[in-house]
Design a protein around this ligand. Structure first.
Ligand SMILES: Cc1cc2nc3c(=O)[nH]c(=O)nc-3n(C[C@H](O)[C@H](O)[C@H](O)COP(=O)(O)OP(=O)(O)OC[C@H]3O[C@@H](n4cnc5c(N)ncnc54)[C@H](O)[C@@H]3O)c2cc1C
Length: 189
């Protein structure tokens, strides 16, 4: 029948980051669901181990990255350093700085830390409503739409139009917000 590894037997995390029990619980929940969905099959355990490990891997990816990447700051940490380690550390530093002054970003960081959302949520492009909400927060922080617009060398009327949904966000405004436009593709319906 075989034995399946779970929890620390699959992957042990640095306890400093407090993730091991959460991951073990998520894996137990995953295994429970997989067993339930196979219950009516002739041999529910056939191929279960391999399928379970395949589905458990993405659960581990986020906490592993969050724990292993900062640990690589220390030269004595053993293991294979990602080639883009410097960029990742810079990204983490920039994210902390933005989170310190933007409640929505702080919330996202907490959700990722508590494994409510995957790490790639940081790369999710914003939609137009989220962009407007960010622009609104920035203007509120600056004191007014006019104050923010003048600080960043864009027309207050233009910013007002973007906020009202009358115009799209151009390069100058995206630069001021620290954003870039990305293109995505999807299948035809
Ligand atoms: C100091 C420290 C602090 C931590 N803090 C946190 C935290 O804040 N948050 C968090 O989420 N995680 C934390 N963790 C990690 C967490 O404790 C583990 O990830 C979690 O307990 C793993 O669960 P597990 O069931 O895989 O293993 P375990 O909890 O280790 O369970 C394995 C069990 O198997 C038993 N066993 C071993 N060998 C045999 C055998 N031959 N026969 C029978 N039984 C056996 C052991 O006695 C044990 O009871 C911390 C870990 C440490 C060490």
């Amino acid at each position: 029948m075989g034995a399946y590894p779970i929890g620390d037997a699959i992957c042990r995390f640095n306890p400093l980051y407090g993730q091991g029990m959460t991951v073990a619980s998520k894996e137990a929940y995953l295994l429970h669901g997989m067993l339930a969905s196979r219950a009516s099959e002739h041999d529910p355990l056939e191929g279960l181990g391999r399928a379970f490990l395949a589905e458990a891997t993405p659960l581990i990816e986020t906490p592993w990255m969050m724990a292993a990447i900062p640990d690589f700051v220390f030269p004595e940490t053993r293991g294979e350093r990602p080639v883009d380690l410097k960029e990742r550390l810079r990204f983490a530093g920039a994210l902390s700085r933005v989170a310190a002054r933007d409640a929505a970003v702080q919330r996202l960081v907490i959700e990722v830390w508590h494994m409510l959302r995957p790490r790639n949520a940081y790369q999710d492009p914003m939609n137009l409503d989220e962009l407007r909400a960010l622009l609104r927060r920035r203007c509120d922080e600056a004191g007014s739409v006019r104050a923010w617009a003048l600080k960043h060398g864009v027309s207050p009327v233009y910013v007002g139009h973007v906020l009202a949904g009358k115009r799209g966000a151009g390069k100058a405004l995206l630069d001021a917000l620290g954003l870039v436009r990305v293109i995505r593709y999807t299948e035809k319906k």
